[in-house]
Ligand binder design. Structure first.
Ligand code: TXA
Ligand code: MG
Length: 337
């Protein structure tokens, strides 16, 4: 299959919607990361997403809508708390898990009795949903296990020959995937941190539970609240180790372990480095780190180094999402100095 990349225009958006109506898969921009979209109600279309990504079959999809009305057919119950969250943070980088209706195929929800729903803010994605006339199931547009793509070229690198069309809508604004919260449990539980912070969720919900898997490795054989937590994630080919230390100690550590090494550090660390260096944002600005992290992980593979020492970010606010993704890309290896 030849994979075409088209700049997002009225015409190419129309084409993308036609492919989705016909049961195909398209690479689509959202404000978080690029997604691989198909009709969420069509099991065989969703099956093609699993094939293109090499995704484990029990890992459910997020279903994307362009209006609140589209949520009702997807859920058994639309809880009041979900409506409040939607009112405050949709469209935007927040996914809400709710009890699912019978209309959502088991293929889409990974055989669970819940469904994950998100209303994205990216105008291209919203138009594609409207024109397709169906909710769109879309995981991130990377090969399973790789960092999520934040531009059309990275989608092409992973998906060339696997899908028909990629719509190029420019760089993603947030750079990390949406926050995932479940309201299908007794107490609201944060499963994946993202652009909407725990504090923002608590403004609406009161106290929430932060799933243990957000900041630590899931124990062998433990049941994951979210199937995606089980799998190796966001890993570049290079080995990544996180160094938790101040600026000076970090720089010292890297220079005394410089053989075949690269540094993944903040812009304000970069001048002190003695090895090939890739930066991810400013040390005091978690949003700038979020926006750069996945690109930086891909760029590390181009340095030719074997190991990358990553300067540990703050885990406050949006930083929790940055820390969560970096931990997974490092296979949870952290050296504290
Ligand atoms: O920002 C995003 O959320 C992007 C863009 C494309 O919208 N999508 C995305 O999808 O990150 P994906 O499939 O890469 O990640 C979805 C995560 C997975 O970890 C999955 O296991 C979890 O959400 N998930 C989906 N449905 C779930 C459910 N019903 N219960 C628990 N976890 C669920
Ligand atoms: Mg993903």
């Amino acid at each position: 299959m030849k994979t075409e990349i088209l700049k997002a225009t009225e015409e190419s958006i129309e084409k993308a919607a036609e492919i989705i109506k016909d049961g195909g898969v398209v690479g689509l921009p959202t404000e978080t990361v690029y997604g691989l979209g198909a009709n969420a109600f069509d099991s065989s279309a969703v099956e093609k997403i699993f094939e293109a990504k090499g995704r484990p079959k029990d890992n459910p999809m997020i279903v994307h809508v362009s209006s609140i009305d589209e949520v009702y057919p997807l859920v058994k119950k639309f809880p009041e708390e979900a409506k409040k969250l939607a009112e405050k943070y949709w469209p935007g980088p927040l996914t809400i898990i709710m009890p699912k209706s019978d209309k959502v195929p088991a293929r889409t929800s990974g055989n669970l009795d819940t469904v994950a729903v998100r209303m994205p803010s990216h105008p291209v994605m919203r138009k594609v949903i409207e024109k397709s006339g169906c909710p769109i199931a879309a995981p991130s547009a990377n090969l399973s296990g790789s960092p999520s793509p934040t531009n059309a070229k990275y989608v092409f690198d992973d998906m060339d020959g696997r899908i028909e069309l990629i719509l190029d809508g420019g760089e993603c604004e947030v750079g990390l995937e949406s926050t995932v919260i479940t309201l299908a449990t007794e107490k609201p539980r944060l499963l994946r941190p993202g652009g909407i912070t725990p504090e923002q969720l608590e403004e609406v919900l009161g106290e929430i539970i932060i799933d243990k898997a957000v900041k630590s490795k899931l124990e062998e054989n433990a049941k994951a609240s979210s199937p995606g937590m089980k799998y190796k994630h966001y890993a570049p080919k290079i080995k990544v180790v996180i160094i938790k230390a101040d600026k000076e100690k970090y720089a010292e550590y890297v220079s005394s372990h410089s053989k075949n090494a690269a540094a993944l550090c903040f812009e304000d660390d970069a001048q002190n480095m003695s090895v090939p260096t890739v930066t991810y944002g400013r040390s005091d600005d978690s949003s700038s780190q979020a926006k750069r992290l996945f690109d930086a992980l891909r760029e590390l593979d181009e340095t030719g180094a074997e190991i990358a020492f990553a300067h540990c970010p703050s885990d406050e606010g949006v930083g929790l999402a940055v820390y969560n993704r970096l931990l997974r890309s490092a296979g949870f290896e952290v050296i504290e100095l």
